[in-house]
Design a protein around this ligand. Structure first.
Ligand SMILES: O=C(O)C[C@H](O)C(=O)O
Ligand code: SF4
Length: 511
């Protein structure tokens, strides 16, 4: 098995940096459904551009390279311990070379292991089979979409949809609700895997397992095939759209599996995956470990990048250039829908920093400044200089308990993230004079390319993703989705999508 580690390293790199053709086709098709010049179409162009850049740079499509999860099938007699060791070595190496972000964090101390290894990471499932080759499948599913997974216990009451009973129609309602509750926070348009039945654990495992199916396959169970088609049709009428900006494409794929359940339990488990649906697989020679072929590669699919990106001006959309320190007057002139181009300095800050700043001072002056909810992939060169390898936004709503207070305490004028924030932050934006800017989730290469210089870093003890990076940027484009006048695109889309969801309350599958 002398080639094994190298083959696994190649699989990890390929999965992190190059989206498979079936996923690319789904994104191109989604873009074709959007009207030119809309926020959704422009965001999908940026996404397409990002996918292309990641492949060309051999760098992560999204900075959150997720929880590496392997599904492996081995012929009888193959030593699984050898495979596990090779996976661990390859994971550590891929982290060192910036193909993976150090993502394994001690849940009690908060310490980042630094190499993606630790209790429970990576996840490896082995199975034996009758074939002669080894099959290794890998999924890199990020934390933001993982947070939007949801499990229903039937019967239950669902907002907008009413009672969901223990039957096919109840299952239908749960799945639609799952798409609705994700809004744009899991970087829509997304893909869902659904597990019907099992117990709480096996139900989720079944749901996640569905994500290994090809986007264009047909469910062999005709009832489930019909349900999958129905969900694709209905979910795309919810109007959540790319990044929750509204639009015609909300769901890119729906795959449903079923297992038996206990008489007392009836779970519907939904695994939500962002558009950055990174999964790949290989067949390996069981003697040498050499790659025989890839599993999710047919023909090469190039991405449709027209028009080029969100900064493309269109119609009445206003484009405003901002550079810190930003004045209150500049902020109050902005409104939801404006495209903002940022030059100059911004500071990253996410979960650990927000918690810390609540009762500590900040090492840099944030007055008039810009905070970017981002946990980048960073590499240090031999001269000790840091370089950004991937730097898209993280889900902002996690900072909702802190953000309003932090804005006021430090005089922040702009918060950049994705998925939007809640009522408390909206109020603080209005009172203090600040804006929330939505960057395109997952567009980690697109944004890394805007970063000219890493000016410094604080709180390295929080680990690379959580540290406060001081970044000098040029041409960083984002959209005002919450302004200083009490307007929130996120609140609007949530309200309108809930109304649309309610239109699907009537039974469809009669039992
Ligand atoms: O951790 C990150 O960088 C992003 C995360 O996957 C998210 O979607 O919030
Ligand atoms: S930032 Fe978005 S694209 Fe990246 S892992 Fe999180 S949910 Fe997925």
């Amino acid at each position: 098995m002398e080639k094994l580690k190298q083959s696994i390293l190649e699989l990890i790199t390929e999965t992190s940096t190059n989206l498979p053709p079936d996923v690319r086709r789904a994104i191109n098709a989604a873009k074709a459904k959007e009207d030119m010049g809309t926020r959704a179409a422009l965001s999908l162009s940026t996404i397409a551009q990002n996918i292309t850049m990641a492949e060309e740079n051999v760098s992560p499509i999204c900075q959150d390279t997720g929880m590496p999860t392997f599904e492996i099938k081995t012929p009888v007699g193959v030593n699984q311990l050898v495979i596990k060791k090779a996976i661990h070595e390859a994971i550590a190496e891929a982290t060192k070379t910036g193909k993976l972000r150090p993502n394994s964090v001690d849940s009690l101390t908060g310490e980042n292991s630094g190499n993606n290894l630790g209790p429970g990471t990576p996840v490896i499932h082995f199975e034996q089979w009758e074939e002669d080759e080894i099959e290794v499948k890998l999924i890199l599913k990020g934390g933001g979409c993982e947070n939007k997974n949801i499990q229903y216990s039937l019967p239950c009451e669902l907002e907008g949809l009413g009672k969901a009973g223990r039957d096919l129609d109840g299952i239908r309602k749960c799945i639609l609700h799952a798409v609705y509750q994700a809004q744009g926070q899991g970087c829509s348009a997304g893909f869902i895997g659904v597990g019907i039945g099992g117990d709480r654990t096996s139900g989720y495992a079944l749901a996640k397992h569905q994500l290994f199916r090809r986007v264009d396959d047909v469910n062999p169970n005709p009832t489930l095939a019909e349900l999958e088609n129905y969900i694709m049709e209905a979910a795309n009428q919810l109007g959540i759209g790319t990044m929750g900006f509204g639009g015609n494409s909300t769901l890119l794929g729906c795959k449903i599996g079923v297992e038996n359940r206990l008489p007392a339990s009836f779970f519907v488990s939904v695994a939500y995956n962002c558009w950055a649906f990174r999964r790949q697989g290989v067949r390996l020679n069981a003697e040498t470990g050499e790659i025989i072929r890839y599993l999710y590669k047919d023909e090469a699919v190039s991405m449709d990048m027209t028009p080029t990106s969100i900064e493309q001006p269109a119609g009445e959309r206003r484009e405003v250039v901002l550079e810190a320190p930003i004045t209150e007057e500049q902020i109050r002139s902005l409104k939801v829908g404006d495209v903002v181009i940022i030059n100059g300095l911004m500071h990253t800050g996410r979960d650990a920093l927000h918690k810390y700043l609540m009762d500590h001072d900040c090492p840099v002056d944030l007055n008039g400044g810009i905070i970017y909810h981002c946990g980048p992939v960073m590499l240090k060169d031999e001269a000790g200089k840091w370089h950004v390898k991937a730097a898209g936004p993280t889900t902002s709503i996690r900072e909702e308990p802190y953000q309003g207070d932090i804005i006021k305490k430090f005089g922040i004028r702009a918060v950049i993230g994705k998925g939007g924030m809640g009522a408390k932050t909206l109020k603080a934006l209005q009172e203090h004079g600040a804006v929330y800017l939505n960057a395109i989730g997952g567009a980690a290469q697109y944004y890394a390319d805007c970063i000219e210089e890493v000016e410094g870093v604080d709180f390295m003890e929080f680990g690379i993703p959580e540290a406060m990076w001081h970044l000098r940027v040029k041409g960083f484009a984002a959209i005002v989705t919450m302004d200083a006048h009490g307007n929130s695109l996120h609140a609007d889309v949530e309200k309108s999508s809930k109304e649309k969801l309610a239109q699907f309350a009537e039974p469809v599958f009669k039992s």
